[in-house]
Design a protein around this ligand. Structure first.
Ligand SMILES: [Zn+2]
Ligand SMILES: [Zn+2]
Length: 550
């Protein structure tokens, strides 16, 4: 019998860019293909995607990409993978519709091979099969994936919670998960996002109560910001708006297109007469309006962020507005969010980010829900992913208390290979993995050296030193010129730098002064040394040699 290998290329030891390979013999399937968001030090980086080298090198073995749900951290990188790799993609109806609309945006004219799988369906690919099992989360049709291998089932929980009053009435298929447990789960690849939260998380439908209170108490317009993919939250906003006599409009392209798609495909039911166009809000009293807006993460170009800077053409924030943050910050976005919140307050809005009656609940199960997943699926091996190392360690301690011995828990990291056969599981060789930084134009343009230079520019600015040289004769013809931008060192440093450059040029052999590259290195290093010695700064230094005629 062949080994079963589980190889995370993203999403293990982090929350974001989920992408995991399951391999048996010469067959591979890929589960999810997502992005993550940049950290503060990622200057000019828009999104981060997994390095797909391993997939591209093994492209003949890959049977398909199986999508658990349509969140960006699970599907966002498809538009980067599919041009490199012609493979079928499997997703539910809603997932497929979201993927198509995103691919249309980023891969004009592409015609990806997307297959629709309904919750409950099983797809056979080669010797492997993949069963889609419904779980509750914060986007429709999220599915756990049960992958049948020669050694048992590898069960990906997907992002999940156990919500018994979901907005669409479709609960997790607990009966099926239990049956899979009886059949024999070899390894549970489990969401661990909220493992540090004790107890049981609140149901999505509790948000209705928070919205009802806020919509009723708000004296004027209500602006509500949230993730545009959360159509169950949209449904609740629509229902509570209708109930409290308010009309609902939408600001932000992504929010608009998701609502349209969800309404068209029947995932959102718009109460009659409740939805209005944003350009028509003037026709209604302020206390008769709810405006759903993008920008819950402080994204600079999103509608709410633009409104906070008074740059949004279609409406302005004014005194009496209430802004509801119906989303939790993704780590790294806090600064941008609070800056937006502060600007909104200065414009006269009342901003509500937390409320006694929740206006946001998480889509990920708390500790007791995760225990229930482990309990009913009864896996031999437990592999916490979709969490940072601290989440993975808390998970390990939790299942140890539940009776799982330590050697059956793997806190796997990106690039590691977990090899499982009939007797044991152990880590195998690391595969090529990494992350690619994508700029706002969608190009893989931001490499580590570029990032290093941007950090240096951000901290200490740039110094340009230029000199005119007759390269034929090896004679310096002009006095060096030094220009700075963003450099905050004292002006004496520049004078000293100038002297150092002149001395260094004079000390060069005449022959060396015929080579522009050597001259450039010499003048750059003279400036760098002077600056570091006198003020300990590390600006970017650029040497320019201007060829002069004799
Ligand atoms: Zn996720
Ligand atoms: Zn998710």
């Amino acid at each position: 019998m062949s080994l079963v290998q589980i190889i995370p290329l993203g999403g293990a030891g982090e929350i974001g860019k989920n992408c995991t390979v399951v391999r048996q013999g010469d067959e591979m399937i890929v589960v999810d293909c997502g992005i993550s968001f940049p950290h503060e030090e990622h200057f000019g980086v828009d999104i981060v995607i997994p390095d797909f080298t391993f997939l591209i090198e093994n492209k003949d073995l890959i049977q398909g990409v199986f999508i658990t749900h349509a969140h960006e951290d699970h599907v966002g990188a498809l538009s980067f993978l599919l041009p490199e790799l012609e493979v079928p993609v499997y997703a539910t109806t809603f997932g497929a519709a979201m993927i198509k609309s995103k691919l249309d945006e980023r891969m004009r004219g592409a015609n990806p091979d997307i297959h629709i799988v309904e919750p409950g369906d099983t797809v056979e690919v080669g010797a492997l099969s993949v069963e889609y099992v419904r779980v509750t989360h914060s986007i429709p049709e999220t599915c756990a994936l049960a992958i049948r291998t020669e050694h048992g089932i590898v069960l990906f929980t997907a992002d999940f919670k156990f919500d018994f009053t979901p907005v669409d009435g479709l609960t997790s298929d607990i009966a099926r998960l239990t049956e899979l447990g009886k059949e024999g789960v070899l390894a549970l690849i489990s969401d661990s996002t909220n493992i540090d939260r004790p107890g049981w998380g609140p149901s999505e439908s509790e948000v209705s109560n928070g919205l009802r209170k806020a919509f009723t108490e708000a004296p004027g317009r209500v602006l509500m910001t949230m993730f545009s993919s959360n159509v169950h939250r949209m449904q609740q906003a629509l229902d509570v708006a209708h109930e409290t006599g308010r009309k609902l409009a939408v600001a932000g392209r992504r929010m608009e297109s998701t609502l349209q798609l969800a309404a068209r495909e029947g995932y959102v039911d718009i109460p009659e007469g409740t939805f209005i166009r944003l350009d028509d809000i003037q026709s209604y009293g302020d206390n008769k309006l709810v405006i759903l807006s993008t920008g819950s993460q402080g994204e600079p170009m999103a509608a709410l962020s633009q409104m906070s800077r008074q740059e949004y053409g279609r409406m302005q924030i004014k005194k009496g507005d209430t802004v509801l943050y119906s989303a939790r910050p993704i780590p790294g976005n806090e600064g941008a969010i609070w800056r937006t919140v502060n600007r909104l307050f200065l414009l006269g809005a009342n901003v509500i980010t937390e409320s006694e009656v929740p206006i946001h609940v998480s889509g990920h199960g708390y500790q007791e829900e995760v225990k229930m997943m482990v309990n009913i699926t009864n896996p031999y091996y437990v592999v916490p992913v979709h969490g940072e190392p601290r989440h993975q360690m808390i998970y390990r301690e939790m299942v140890k208390k539940m009776g799982w011995p330590e050697h059956r828990v793997f806190t796997i990291q990106n690039g590691q290979t977990l090899m499982i056969d009939s007797n044991k599981a152990e880590y195998g060789p690391e595969v090529e993995w990494g992350e690619l930084l994508i700029d706002q134009h969608g190009d893989v343009a931001v490499t580590s050296p570029v990032l290093g230079e941007r950090t240096a520019l951000g901290h200490d600015g740039v110094i340009v030193v230029s000199v005119g040289v007759d390269l034929k004769r090896g004679e310096v013809k002009t006095r060096p010129e030094i220009t700075t931008r963003g450099f905050s060192g004292p002006s004496e440093v520049i004078d000293e730098g100038m002297e150092a450059v002149c001395d260094a040029l004079a000390a060069m052999k005449q022959g060396a002064r015929t080579d522009a590259f050597i001259i450039r290195d010499v003048i750059e290093s003279a400036i760098k040394k002077t600056v570091q010695r006198t003020c300990r700064q590390r600006p970017v230094v650029i040497g320019v040699v201007v060829p002069e005629k004799g």
